[in-house]
Each structure stands twice: as C-alpha cells, then as structure tokens.
Design a protein around this ligand. Structure first.
Ligand SMILES: [Zn+2]
Length: 472
C-alpha cells in the first residue's frame, strides 16, 4: 500500500504530522503568536508549581468580520493545564480540560445566540494535540456543525511544539500513539469491510519492526465468542452498548458500564468505552493505586464492533492489552447507539468509522472538520546556543521540564553517592555526620537533599506495554 519510505518507515506513518499544519488561523496572526507563547509560559508556571505535565491550552471564539475575540474561561481561570495527576485520568490533557463539558456547553450556547454571524473557534495549545485530544476537537466540531452552529472547517487548532519537539525536549512521547492512527490511515484500514477489526491482520507484519522498537503503540481489536465468564451475565442483560474492563489476571472486573445514548446526547465522554475507562481509573485512584490511569494490560470487552476514535484513543493512554468484541452479544442497534456523537435527525449520521477517519486523517484533509496551524519554530536549536534558545524555537515549559527530569536524575545519583560515602567516610554513628567548625554535628543526608519529589507522571510517558501488546 504505502510505497514511499521515511527513515525506513512507510511514508504516511512517520512523516511529521506538524508539517501539514499550515492552515491560516482566522483573525490576527500576531494575537495567536502571542497567545501560543502565553500558553507556553502558563504551562511552565503550572509545571513549576507541581500541578502536572508542562502543557497549556486556551479556547477562543473569534469573529473575523467584526474583529471580536472571546476567551472561553473566567478571569480566575482563563486557561487550562494538564490535569493527569490531579484527576487520575490519563487523557486529562490541557486541551481536553479546555474542552470539558461545561466549556462545550458554554460555546454551544454562545453560538446558538449568534447563529449566522460567522463566529469560529480557535483552540490554542502549547503542544501538538495527541490523538485523544484531537478526537475531542473533531467530535466537538462535528457536533457543532451538525447543529448548524459552525461551518465545516471553522474549528481551528494552533499549537507551538510538535510531537517531535515535545519528545526531544521534554521526553513526552505522543508519536507511537499517533502512529496507530497514521497506520490506520496509511493502510486504509477503515475502508476494509471489517474496519478496525482488520488492523492487526492487515498491518501487523508491515509494522513489526516499528512495534518491536516501540515506535508504534496500538490496541488490537478482535472478535471472540462468549466463553462463560461471570461478567458475561452483564452483557446478556444489556440492551444498549456496554463495556466491561477486566484486569490482566482475566478475573478482576475493573469497571462495567452501559451506554444511555438518549441521556448522554452528544457528550462523547459518556460514550461507553470512555465511561468505562474513566470509571476503572477512578476506582484504582480510590484504592490509592499509584499511576491509577495505567490499567496494566487490562482488556476491554464490548457488545459492538464499530469502535469510535475517542474510545480507541483513550484506551491507548490507559495501557489496554486489547479490545474484544463478544460476537454473541452484538446487535445492529448497538452499532448505531454506540456512536460517539449523534447527529440531529434528518441528517446522515456519522458512524464511529466515519468519525475515526476524520481523526486519523492528516491536517488539511478536506474530510477533517478542523484545521490546524503549527505556530512554533521548526528550526532546531543548536546545542548550547543561547541566542536561539531565547529566540524561541524551544518551548520554555519543555526546557523547564528537561531541567526537572535532569534534577530527578541528579537526585538519584546523589543518593548513590551518599550510599558509597557511608562506606568510606570516617563518621560518627548513628547516622553519617560531619562536624562544623564550632563542633556541632550535621547528618550528611540532611545536607545533601533527598529525592523526595514526585515524578509528576503523565500518561504520555507510559512505558510501552510490550508483553501484552499484540496478544489479541
Ligand atoms: Zn492529549
């Protein structure tokens, strides 16, 4: 299928996505340049305050014809940062926080009162949006389009750091997760009769090398027959789409949820796989489990085949071994009800597969309801070049994060040095101390700082789930 190669990887999977983020944002280019850098500064401040990963986002409404700009937020809370640690949810990235239900409702209300006036949406993000954030942008845009509140393409995203820069500078690696979507696009998986279920069989061999080297991380989706598990009773009784998440031990049920399509309307976060994943993370968090967003190679079971892009992307962040569709419990109605967004009546509804195609495709594809703009600097800073550093090719939030990671490494090295010193220093027991010139003693460990910082883990730094991956 893919004939061109880039770094020995089929082109279309590994060519940098940001290079096609060249849409013209509506309104003042200088304002967006200012805002994306403000977002970077905000991300740095929140990361320095220990609130989470170094990312920030703003949500704007813009009317280019009247030159009006409205920020979706409050004076106390104008922009959002990463909330993975505070919420215990792997996908609680800055853009996702920015697009939470409360803000989506405010935007829809605003646009309803100003129909036909030409308002557009601009989301500004300090970093390129991961596939789950992109899915949220696209689902929200599609929802607003279906309500006639914006036109196709009137939802814009401007970002500062590309995936590649974020990986290089701050060691957050979205690329292998995004490559799952690139591969779905490059190998035309969604055109296959089986859709996402065909992924493993069509793509597996061609990306074996990428998989083995952790350069692509994907969740296999497969079908199976009911096997008499106790949790299958839940599916037997379910009359709507349902999802059960079972831990890697094959027995412990982490979450079981049913979809209520009529109630959830277009709140895609209430679609059943997303709901079940969040419930499982919250349950782990309530038990005090470290890194509660990591479901450690658990399996998702469903009673529908047409897995949506958001459910799939969120599963990637939660370290899921596979999604298994139990054939015995599938029903054509479930396929309809499981749609991550429902379009208003009298219009052709978008299936999850249609939505998936919009999330997988490149920036700038006419199919996508959003348009993206890379607002950063693609110039690579020279090592040690202060002037280029100040000129801004590198995110300051990521520069801080790099220093933060170096500090943690250094603290670990210091502990090792202390251990060695215990063996060689003439010290006063108990506790290794040294003497001040006035004769008083100080414990060396109190002088050399302990490694007491948390690592502010983010789902983006999840270790690839190597043993479980590919075991369908
Ligand atoms: Zn994200």
């Amino acid at each position: 299928m893919a004939k061109m190669y880039y770094n020995n990887i089929p082109y279309g999977i590994s060519n940098p996505r940001f290079q096609t983020a060249s849409a013209e944002l509506p309104g003042s280019a200088l304002l967006w340049e200012t805002m994306v850098n403000q977002s970077d500064l905000f991300a740095m401040q929140t990361a320095m305050a220990g609130k989470g990963g170094p990312f920030g986002a703003q949500l704007w409404l813009v009317n280019p014809s009247t030159n009006e700009y409205v920020l979706v937020g409050t004076a106390e809370h104008p922009e959002d940062s990463n909330a993975v640690v505070s919420k215990g949810i792997a996908s609680a990235h800055a853009e996702a926080e920015n697009l939470r239900l409360e803000n989506r409702e405010k935007v829809a209300k605003f646009l309803k009162a100003r129909r036909g006036q030409g308002w557009k949406i601009v989301q500004i993000s300090s970093g390129e949006s991961c596939p789950s954030c992109r899915a949220k942008q696209i689902l929200f845009a599609q929802d607003l389009i279906s309500q006639g509140l914006i036109a196709h393409g009137d939802f814009y995203v401007g970002f500062k750091s590309s995936f590649e820069q974020t990986q290089r500078d701050a060691k957050f690696n979205d690329l292998p997760y995004d490559r799952a979507f690139r591969a779905i696009q490059a190998f035309r998986i969604l055109h296959h009769p089986e859709g996402i279920l065909a992924f493993d069989s069509v793509v597996n061999e061609q990306i074996q090398n990428l998989k083995d080297t952790g350069q692509i991380i994907y969740t296999p989706v497969s079908e199976m027959a009911a096997q008499g598990h106790t949790w299958e009773e839940f599916f037997r009784k379910a009359i709507t789409p349902a999802a059960v998440i079972v831990a890697a031990d094959g027995k412990t049920v982490l979450a079981q949820e049913k979809d209520y399509p009529a109630q959830r309307k277009n709140d895609f976060e209430q679609s059943v796989i997303v709901k079940a994943l969040h419930a499982a993370c919250r349950a782990q968090s309530a038990k005090g489990i470290f890194e509660s967003w990591n479901l450690q190679s658990a399996t998702i079971y469903t009673n529908f085949r047409d897995i949506g892009p958001l459910g799939y992307a969120e599963a990637l962040w939660c370290n899921i071994a596979g999604i298994k569709v139990i054939k015995d419990f599938t029903h054509p109605e479930h396929e309809d009800s499981a749609r991550e967004i429902r379009v208003v009546k009298n219009e052709k509804e978008l299936s999850n597969r249609d939505l998936f195609a919009r999330v997988a495709t490149d920036y700038g594809d006419a199919l996508s309801p959003i348009q993206a703009r890379f607002l950063g600097n693609s110039e690579q800073p020279e090592p040690g070049s202060i002037s280029k550093f100040h000129a801004g090719p590198m995110s300051v939030a990521h520069a801080f994060w790099a220093a933060h990671l170096m500090k943690e490494d250094l603290l670990r090295a210091q502990e090792e040095r202390l251990r060695k010193l215990r063996g060689i220093m003439a010290i006063t027991k108990p506790g290794m101390s040294f003497r001040f010139i006035d004769g008083s003693l100080l414990e060396l460990e109190k002088f050399v700082q302990h490694s007491t910082l948390n690592s502010h883990y983010d789902g983006k730094q999840a270790k690839p789930p190597t043993p479980a991956l590919g075991v369908a």
